[in-house]
Design a protein around this ligand. Structure first.
Ligand code: TXA
Ligand code: MG
Length: 352
């Protein structure tokens, strides 16, 4: 039988919680859902995570399916603190203790050797495991109520924009997630900094919300992963799950050198693309005068404040139906490392 009306997209259950003091009944419902093998999206201080009980291989498999993520991309195990983290590791280097003591709960993830009991699927089949203790009260309350680690990648489709609000999660994942805990907008707005502490020299695998200057205070000799364009073509990737192309909006994104060039490029594209949809432009610091066919967004010139609004701004431009997004290049300074990394990956050419 033909349907008269198109089906509405299926919606997950969304529970709105007080971010500072989450309602115990809501947290208990979410913990119970995780125990039953369901997927629960929850806010962290960085971005929203798509949570599954870390010891439940079936639930982990559903996380990969919901995201459309290849099985060799490892997930991060979320814990309440160092004691829980040590139980997931077969060895716990001094650098891990230093980072945990200085920054947990907070936006740094350590990569250590995986303990035998940890599902290989969580680690993308590898021998290591990535672990962090998030500081968001909703995430901590959920971990405490479950009493076990939660595996959680960012709650977005593979290679797409990360979610910093519950609405972003629902938009991308629909009912592939069973329950969404809505704790408002994420404070950092960009993912955690990932540090591999297995070797003699700790190494940053992914720049993130915790800055390099802070890391150096604790680990002065810390090394940086080479950016993707300097890697030898065809060489095996040093870090699983770090694709050259990632964090992409729906609209193609291009980065241009300066504020002036960004506005000029947007205007030129708008006049060429008349009828195709507006052109989005993202600059920082100074507000441009309105341009025909161009939707502009102005972000703060402070890197932390820029990062907080970065994904949300790109989500908003996608929602406005822009055909292309032009972004002013951010400054080269270390404070901008995480945003610069995301812009480089978001503007990388499609492999297909
Ligand atoms: O802020 C965050 O880290 C967020 C929130 C939800 O905690 N999570 C997050 O997870 O960004 P995800 O899965 O989107 O990114 C995790 C990244 C992987 O892409 C990979 O680069 C790295 O962490 N990673 C995870 N496990 C690893 C491992 N065993 N070895 C090396 N890198 C790993
Ligand atoms: Mg992610």
């Amino acid at each position: 039988m033909k349907r008269a009306m198109p089906l509405l997209p299926e919606m997950p259950r969304v529970l709105v919680l007080d971010a500072a003091r989450p309602d115990a009944a809501g947290i208990a419902e979410a913990a119970q859902a995780l125990r039953q093998g369901k997927l629960v999206a929850f806010p962290t201080e960085t971005v929203y995570g798509l949570g599954a009980r870390a010891s439940d291989e079936g639930a982990i498999e559903r996380v990969f399916r919901a995201k459309g993520r290849p099985a060799h991309h490892p997930l991060i195990a979320h814990v309440t603190g160092e004691r829980d983290a040590r139980a997931l590791a077969s060895s716990w280097p001094r650098a891990a203790s230093l980072l945990a003591a200085a920054f947990w709960p907070g936006p740094v993830t350590v990569v250590v050797e995986r303990a035998p009991g940890v599902p290989a699927s969580l680690a993308g089949g590898g021998t290591s495991v990535a672990i962090r203790a998030p500081s968001h009260p909703v995430a901590l309350a959920l971990l405490a109520a479950l009493g076990e680690p939660i595996a959680a990648p960012s709650a977005n489709r593979y290679q797409s924009l990360s979610p910093t609000t519950a609405a972003h999660v629902v938009k991308q994942l629909g009912d592939a997630v069973d329950l969404v805990l809505d704790g408002g907008a994420c404070e950092a707005g960009i993912e955690s900094t990932v540090v591999d502490v297995r070797g003699p020299t700790p190494r940053v695998l992914r720049p993130g919300a915790l800055g390099l200057a802070e890391l150096r205070r604790v680990l002065p000799g810390i090394a940086l992963e080479a950016p993707p364009e300097s890697a030898t073509p065809g060489a095996p990737r040093a870090s699983p799950g770090m694709d050259a192309r990632h964090y992409t909006p729906r609209a193609p994104l291009q980065v241009v050198e300066s504020w002036d060039a960004a506005c000029r490029t947007a205007q030129e594209l708008a006049s060429r693309r008349r009828g195709v949809g507006p052109v989005g432009v993202v600059v920082y610091g100074v507000t441009p005068t309105p341009m025909a066919g161009v939707v502009h967004r102005v972000l703060p010139d402070d890197p932390a404040l820029y990062a907080r609004r970065f994904y949300d701004t790109l989500h908003g431009l996608d929602d406005a139906g822009v055909a292309v997004i032009v972004v002013q290049r951010v400054p080269a300074g270390e404070g901008w490392w995480a945003v610069a990394d995301r812009l480089r990956r978001a503007s990388a050419p499609r492999a297909d």
